[in-house]
Design a protein around this ligand. Structure first.
Ligand code: NAD
Length: 503
C-alpha cells in the first residue's frame, strides 16, 4: 500500500485558482512506465461540485456579453501558450499516460486543430436572415451560448480530448467545467493556468477532479445545461440516459472496435505497416485504434500473417525516455485484464501468431508494459471480437468476401471507425456507402477526421446527437433563437386578426 502522504497532492481549479480538495477522498495517479504513484488527486464531493458550478454560473453573464471577437482573442492567446509550452505538456502527457514523446506531440498537434476551429467561433456563430417573410416582417436566427456546460474526459488523451470537448464551448461564450480523468489530471490542471494567462475571466474554466460522485452531481445539477462525454460505452450509455433524465443536452462518445478490411489487390507491405502502427500505437489505447484485421480471402490472410509476425515480434516496448514504438498500458489492473482476455481467446479457439504474455520485454519490470499479441482465426461471438480490449492484443478475422466483411462490421455493437485497403475504387465505394460506421477510411490507417470536420461514431460508439471535433461543436454548445420582427408606422393598418399567422 502506497503511503499517500509522500506524493504530490493535486487540486481542483475553481474560480480561477487551484483549490485543495475538501472531501478527504483521493485517488492515486501513477506513472505507468515506472509503476510509481506520482500524485494523489482529490475526488470532489457533491458540495464541492455545487460550489464550482456556482462560480461558473456567476462568471457566465459577463463572458456571454463580451463580443465574439474579444472571446476569440483569448482563445488565440491560449493557442499561443499551448505552443510555447509544448515541451512541458509533452512531459506531463508522457509521465501520467505513458505515451511516447512522438505520440504526445501528435496529440498536441491534433488538439490544436480544435483550438484553431474555436478561434473561428465568430464565423461559426453567424445566424441566418430572411427579409420580407410576411407583411413587413423580417426573420433571423441567432446562436446564444447555453450557460454552464460540462465535459467529462477519458484517460487516453490527457490533452487532445479535453481540448476537443471544451475549446469551442468556451469560445462561443459558455462557462465550462471539465471533469478530467482521475487517472491523468495533471495536464488538465496545467492548461487551466494557461487559460488564465491567456486572459480568460475567472470562473469560465473550471476543473473538478473526481469520480462518479462528481459526475453524478454534474448530471443532476440544474444549472448545467449540456454534457459532452468521452469514455467507454457502458459509462457513455449511463451518462446519456442520466443526463437526458435531468433534461440536459448530451452527447456521449463510447468505445470502438475498429476494422481494417484488406482486399486481395492491396499492397500487403503497406497494409502491414498501417495495421501495426494503427493497431499497436499508444499500446492500442486509442478509440480509433484498429482492433481487427479483416483480410478478404484465405490467401490474403496467409500472406499477411507471414509479413506481420516478424514485424510485430520486433516492436520495441518501453518507457518514453527510450524512444520505443509504444509504452505501457495505463494501470496494473488494465494489464491483468488484457492478459486474461488473451487467455480466454485461446480457450475459445483463437490461435496465437504473436504471444505477448510473460515476455521479458524491458528491464523496467515495475512499469505496466505488455508485449504485442496477434490472434488469428478469431470469430464473431468470441469475447475478444465482441468487446473493446484496450491494450496491445489485436485480431485477425478471416472473411471470404467484401460482402461478408461489411455484414460482420454492420452487425457489431460498436461503429466508431473502419478502413479499407485496396486499389479497387469500386470496392472502396461499396464499403464507404454500405458500412454503418461513423468514420471511414480508404487506404488510411486511422480514419480520424481532421479537427475542422466532425468526429463521432455510430451505434454503441455514440449516444446522443453531437460531435467531439468539428463545426458541429458550435451548434452543440449554443441554442438557436429565431426572431421575427416587424416595424410598422402607426399610420399603417394594424387590425386585430384571429386567424393563425400566415403569409
Ligand atoms: P471510462 O469510461 O472509464 O472513464 C471516462 C470518464 O468517465 C472518466 O472521467 C471517469 O472518471 C468517468 N467515469 C468512469 N466510470 C464512471 C461511472 N460509473 N459513472 C460516472 N462517471 C464515470 O473511460 P477510460 O477508461 O477513461 O477511457 C477509455 C475509453 O474511452 C475507451 O473505451 C475508449 O474507446 C474511449 N474513448 C472514446 C473516444 C471516442 O471518441 N469515441 C475517444 C477516447 C476514448
Amino acid at each position: 500500500m502506497t503511503n499517500l502522504t509522500e506524493v504530490k497532492e493535486l487540486t481542483h481549479f475553481i474560480g480561477g485558482k487551484r483549490i485543495n480538495g475538501k472531501s478527504g477522498r483521493f485517488s492515486e495517479v501513477f506513472n505507468p512506465a515506472t509503476g510509481e504513484v506520482i500524485a494523489k488527486v482529490p475526488l470532489a464531493s457533491k458540495e464541492e461540485v455545487k460550489e464550482a458550478v456556482n462560480h461558473a454560473k456567476a462568471a457566465f453573464p459577463a463572458w456571454r456579453n463580451l463580443t465574439v471577437a474579444k472571446r476569440a482573442e483569448v482563445v488565440i492567446n491560449f493557442r499561443g501558450l499551448l505552443v510555447k509550452n509544448k515541451d512541458k505538456i509533452i512531459e506531463l502527457i508522457c509521465t501520467e499516460s505513458g505515451k511516447t514523446e512522438e505520440d504526445a506531440l501528435g496529440e498536441i498537434t491534433r488538439g490544436l486543430e480544435s483550438v484553431d476551429l474555436a478561434i473561428n467561433a465568430p464565423h461559426l456563430m453567424k445566424g441566418e436572415y430572411s427579409v420580407n417573410v410576411g407583411g413587413q416582417i423580417n426573420a433571423y436566427s441567432a446562436k446564444y451560448p447555453l450557460g454552464v456546460v460540462t465535459a467529462i474526459s477519458p484517460f487516453n488523451f490527457p490533452l487532445m480530448v479535453p481540448l476537443a470537448q471544451t475549446s469551442m464551448a468556451v469560445a462561443v461564450g459558455n462557462a465550462v467545467i471539465l471533469k478530467a480523468s482521475e487517472r491523468v489530471p495533471m495536464t488538465s490542471l496545467y492548461i487551466s493556468e494557461l487559460w488564465i494567462e491567456a486572459g480568460l475571466p475567472d470562473g469560465i474554466w473550471t476543473v473538478v477532479n473526481g469520480d462518479k460522485v462528481a459526475v453524478d452531481e454534474l448530471l443532476e445539477n440544474p444549472a448545467v445545461q449540456a454534457v459532452s462525454f468521452v469514455g467507454s460505452t457502458p459509462v457513455a450509455r449511463y451518462i446519456y440516459e442520466t443526463g437526458a433524465k435531468y433534461g440536459k443536452r448530451v452527447v456521449a462518445l463510447g468505445g470502438g472496435k475498429n476494422n481494417m478490411v484488406v482486399m486481395p489487390d492491396a499492397d500487403l507491405e503497406q497494409v502491414a505497416h498501417a495495421f501495426i502502427s494503427a493497431g499497436y500505437g499508444a499500446a492500442s489505447q486509442r478509440c480509433m485504434a484498429i482492433s481487427t484485421l479483416m483480410p478478404v480471402g484465405q490467401e490474403t490472410a496467409d500472406r499477411l500473417v507471414t509479413i506481420l509476425k516478424e514485424k510485430i515480434d520486433n516492436l520495441k516496448v518501453g518507457p518514453h525516455t527510450e524512444n520505443p514504438d509504444y509504452g505501457p498500458v495505463i494501470s496494473q489492473q488494465a494489464k491483468k485484464n488484457i492478459l486474461k482476455a488473451i487467455d480466454r481467446s485461446v480457450e475459445e479457439g483463437a490461435t496465437l501468431v504473436c504471444d505477448g504474455r510473460n515476455q521479458d520485454i524491458t528491464t523496467n519490470t515495475k512499469g505496466f508494459f505488455l508485449a504485442p499479441t496477434l490472434l488469428d482465426h478469431v470469430k464473431p461471438g468470441m469475447e475478444i471480437y465482441e468487446e473493446e480490449v484496450f491494450g496491445p492484443v489485436r485480431n485477425i478475422v478471416r472473411t471470404d468476401s467484401l460482402e461478408e466483411a461489411i455484414q460482420l462490421i454492420n452487425e457489431h455493437e460498436l461503429g466508431n471507425g473502419v478502413t479499407i485497403f485496396t486499389n479497387d475504387g469500386l470496392a472502396a465505394r461499396k464499403l464507404t456507402s454500405e458500412i454503418d460506421v461513423g468514420m471511414v477510411g480508404v487506404n488510411v490507417p486511422i480514419p480520424i477526421p481532421v479537427g475542422f470536420h466532425n468526429f463521432a461514431g455510430f451505434k454503441g460508439s455514440r449516444f446522443g446527437e453531437g460531435h467531439m471535433f468539428g463545426p458541429d461543436q458550435a451548434r452543440f454548445f449554443t441554442k438557436t433563437k429565431v426572431v421575427s420582427e416587424r416595424w410598422i408606422h402607426p399610420s399603417e393598418e394594424n387590425a386585430m386578426s384571429f386567424a393563425f399567422p400566415s403569409n
